[in-house]
Write a protein that binds this ligand. Structure first.
Ligand code: NAD
Length: 497
């Protein structure tokens, strides 16, 4: 049985870990490896390695940091196939979908390659006689990332390239369900010339997370995962005096107006709801059909949901793989059963699906539920599986009201041919990331990613300019180089003259 180790100070190591967790192949249901679970002493070793490395990395030149980022980016391209297969084998998503997350994550590395520009300070000449002011940003020190299972490479890549390029050293605690991609990333950084200790990986569960949150030598924590854990991480981390960014769960609505191209909208809704078996924080899990769009939309969605090919992620013919665990599959089945009992129409039922030759895999088919209401569990909870629920609304304003009353505010989309409706929607909806005829509006790496309400605890979105701000601290310097005398120090509060 393969054991997935930590990566501390430039080497793969078990450190002092004795506990392990099973890592499964969701397509077969079989255990494929075990991963070490770090204790507080292992986290301490990683932080010590990162602190030691910070002494020189924090002082390294921009050119050196950017050079490493360019080399790392090339290695991500070179190893894309290997990474995609590793991700697919532990997460379950189809290999092409895994490639997609590698590409979107790599874009953050590309942003980090241009970090010199993002780090430029500003300069004000002659703010007072002989006085200039400039500012610059400095790294924080050792920072940590705690990441979810659903994007085992992309979400960590939202964090560490920017943290490292801005001069910090990093400790990553990836999801214990699919940890192998992070082990490979650590090797690629080493090959790219990153000094030992700048990037470290500790595998683990709550014990490792708590040790990170309490560690006095960690300055900041980035977290992405479910809302209850995001809230916990934010509270405990900030109580320990750290900067914390904490991105939580989602329930993303797509509003479809009668003037939309319904075939186009249904195509995108199908892919956004069932791609990656619905396990995306930007998945569309709720369709809000407005007015006369309803019946026709559901009819097309039904046809498309039935066309989705479900199979192992390694099979190029599969559109959708299994969900990540048996528990996740059971949660999906229970939620569909509940909704049916509460009066929803089960238009497509994925509960009974089996995949020939993969009877023990964690498969569940796409489900389409119509006439769902906001009091049903299928609407209220984040299902995080291949279930698309359809609500009906009479007007676009009613649709906006539904979205605004939902506690989550990660992403949303509107499908329409009306610029006026789209404009009103984007101005009034209380959601952080909005698509107009675009179903999964994940911002490019040079913008920042983050929802509103329960989808983002605290106020710091991730990557892009917000990422640079999060991983650095500003200094403002006021300088006077007087020509000769003539200046006297005043005891009154200084003003410009
Ligand atoms: P999760 O919250 O269960 O786990 C996230 C991380 O927290 C993991 O590293 C895990 O080991 C750790 N963790 C789990 N339980 C903990 C506990 N009790 N105490 C301390 N740490 C704990 O999330 P998940 O199931 O891995 O991922 C799916 C969730 O992540 C969904 O809710 C999804 O919406 C969300 N997500 C959000 C975004 C976003 O950008 N907002 C992106 C991806 C995923």
């Amino acid at each position: 049985m393969k054991t997935i180790q930590h990566w501390i100070g430039g080497t793969a190591t078990a450190a002092g870990s004795t506990r392990t967790a099973a890592v499964h192949d969701p397509a077969t249901g079989q255990q494929r490896a075990q991963v070490l679970l770090a204790g507080p002493a292992d986290v301490d070793s990683a932080v010590a390695a990162a602190s030691k490395a910070f002494a020189s990395w924090g002082d390294s030149s921009l050119s050196q940091r950017v050079k490493v980022m360019f080399a790392f980016r090339e290695l991500l391209v070179k190893h894309e196939d290997e990474l995609a297969r590793v991700i697919s084998a532990e997460h379950g998503k189809v290999v092409d979908d895994a490639r997609g997350e590698i590409v979107r994550g790599r874009e953050v590395v590309e942003y980090a390659c241009g970090i010199a520009d993002a780090l430029k300070g500003s300069f004000s000449d002659q703010v007072s006689r002989d006085v200039d002011v400039h500012n610059f940003r400095t790294p924080l020190g050792v920072v940590a990332g705690i990441t979810p299972f659903n994007f085992p490479i992309m979400v960590p890549l939202w964090m560490h390239p920017i943290a490292i390029a801005t001069g910090n050293t990093f400790v990553l605690k990836p999801s214990e369900r699919d940890p192998s991609a992070s082990a490979l990333v650590a090797k690629l950084y080493a090959e790219a010339g990153l000094p030992d200790g700048v990037f470290n990986v500790v595998n683990g569960d709550k014990t490792a997370v708590d040790a990170i949150l309490d560690h006095p030598d960690i300055a900041a924590v980035s977290f992405v995962g479910s809302t209850p854990i995001a809230r916990y991480v934010h509270e405990r981390g900030t109580a320990a005096g750290k900067r914390v960014q904490a991105l939580g769960g989602a329930k993303n609505h797509a509003v479809v107006l009668p003037d939309a191209d319904l075939e186009y909208a249904a195509n995108h809704l199908t892919a956004a709801a069932f791609g990656s078996a619905g396990q995306r924080c930007m998945a569309i899990s709720v369709g809000v059909a407005v007015g006369s769009a309803g019946d026709r939309l559901v009819e097309i969605l039904e046809r498309k949901a039935r066309e989705v090919t479900v199979g192992p992620g390694s099979d190029p013919a599969s559109d959708m793989g299994p969900v990540v665990t048996a528990a996740a599959r059971d949660r999906v089945v229970d939620t569909v059963t509940d909704a049916a009992g509460q009066g929803a129409t089960v238009v497509v039922d994925g509960r009974e699906l089996t995949v020939a030759g993969h009877e023990d895999g964690f498969f569940v088919g796409p489900s389409l539920l119509d006439r769902v209401t906001t009091d049903m569990r299928a609407y209220r909870e984040e299902i995080f599986g291949p279930v698309l629920v359809i609500l009906r609304a009479d007007t676009v304003d009613e649709a906006i009201g539904i979205i605004n009353a939902n506690p989550y505010g990660n992403g949303t989309a509107i499908f329409t041919g009306s610029g006026e409706a789209a404009r009103r929607f984007q101005r009034e909806v209380k959601v952080g990331m909005i698509g107009v005829n675009v179903p999964i509006p994940v911002p490019m790496s040079y913008y920042s990613f983050g929802g509103w309400k329960d989808s983002l605890i605290g106020d710091s979105p991730i990557h892009g300019p917000e990422g640079v701000r999060f991983y650095t601290r500003a200094k403002v310097v006021t300088t006077r180089w007087p020509d000769t005398g003539g200046h006297t120090a005043a005891f009154s509060f200084p003003t410009s003259s």
